[in-house]
Ligand binder design. Structure first.
Ligand SMILES: [Zn+2]
Ligand SMILES: [Zn+2]
Length: 330
């Protein structure tokens, strides 16, 4: 029987349709041919094909407002040409409200190598990427008009990546998104943090995939997508700016493990990697949702996702692979 599962602490549901339970091989990925390095705006040497960088990171550190061509960059940040946010809204009418879509949209080219798979990033490079996420988060959280900072990575065409060269994105909003608002309200109204509670309970559940001293990797009870995973800090941290160096190092290890395991299990699936964080009153978490099943009429009609892989099965398969993926020295 399909199970209607409730979100951990919100009035949200998903359906775990275990009788349609699928194996990893049931999710074939239509592979896009990677674009050409010569015409790729994210490749080193093609910097003039994008807007000017706002930050360029090399092994020696960050060069803010650096020149367009910095040899040997590891990561590069620039405004998105096709920004999702614009500054001039439609005038409001009595019927409809259009708020100024005032926001920022940035691209982080997170590898200088055209065909590098994020699962192959070195631990040092992943730590560097986490530092860039932190820097940009801190930068935007100091701006009054910014109410939310969305940091995410789409990997694979089906997950929304328009270019095959690995990159992350940052979009800021002048409002708090409803889901985040409701999660934060639930935390503030509760006598304990519901996420701390998830950490405590899932540590001993069959949905635990891996853990270390600082972090927990689980297939959440409330899983919207096949093989969805969440990474949660054991300490009650609100955002990436509060992470200590050791915690960042161990987070990089866990990210490498989960990306490597997903790649082996599902043959390099498309996915969305999303950071959920707030300046205060929240519990940082990272959610990785595969884009291997279609969002169709039922989901759009009800807001309820059907997931054909029980998270308990996903955790069992992923935890086996995590054990063998890498040693902490990777
Ligand atoms: Zn490229
Ligand atoms: Zn907490």
């Amino acid at each position: 029987m399909p199970e209607l599962r409730r979100h951990y602490f919100l009035e949200e549901y998903c359906i775990i349709a275990s009788e349609r339970s699928k194996r990893p091989s049931d999710f074939p990925v239509a592979r896009a041919v990677p674009g050409d390095e010569k015409t790729c705006p994210f490749c080193p040497g093609n910097e003039e094909m994008t807007p000017a960088s706002v930050a360029v990171y090399t092994d020696k550190g960050v060069l803010s407002l650096g020149p367009e061509r910095v040899p040997g960059w590891q990561l590069r940040v620039f405004p998105n040409v096709f920004a999702a946010m614009v500054s001039s809204p439609m005038p409001a009418t009595p019927e409809w409200i259009a708020l100024p879509g005032h926001g920022h949209h940035e691209v982080i080219v997170d590898s200088p190598l055209h065909r590098e798979n994020p699962a192959d990033f070195s631990l040092g490079h992943l730590e560097h990427l986490l530092l860039v996420y932190r820097d940009r988060y801190v930068h935007y959280s100091n701006l009054d008009e910014v109410k939310y900072i969305s940091i995410f990575k789409n990997w694979g065409k089906e997950a929304g990546a328009s270019l095959s060269h690995s990159h992350s994105q940052i979009i800021t909003l002048p409002i708090l998104p409803p889901l985040m608002k409701r999660e934060q309200e639930a935390i503030l109204q509760s006598s304990f943090c519901p996420f701390c509670n998830i950490v405590e309970r899932e540590r001993t559940s069959c949905r635990l995939i891996a853990e270390d001293e600082h972090w927990l990797l689980i297939a959440p009870f409330y899983s919207l997508a096949p093989y969805e995973t969440w990474i949660l800090p054991k300490r009650h941290l609100c955002n990436l700016a509060e992470i200590k160096e050791l915690e960042r190092k161990s987070l990089a290890v866990l990210i490498k493990k989960v990306l490597g395991s997903l790649r082996s299990l599902l043959d390099d699936p498309p996915y969305n990697f999303m950071i959920f964080q707030q300046p205060f009153g929240y519990h940082l978490n990272i959610r990785i949702q595969t884009a291997v099943s279609k969002i169709a009429g039922f989901e759009k009609n009800t807001g309820i996702y059907i997931n054909s892989v029980p998270p308990e099965q996903a955790a069992a398969e992923l935890s086996e692979l995590c054990k063998s993926t890498i040693s902490p020295k990777g």
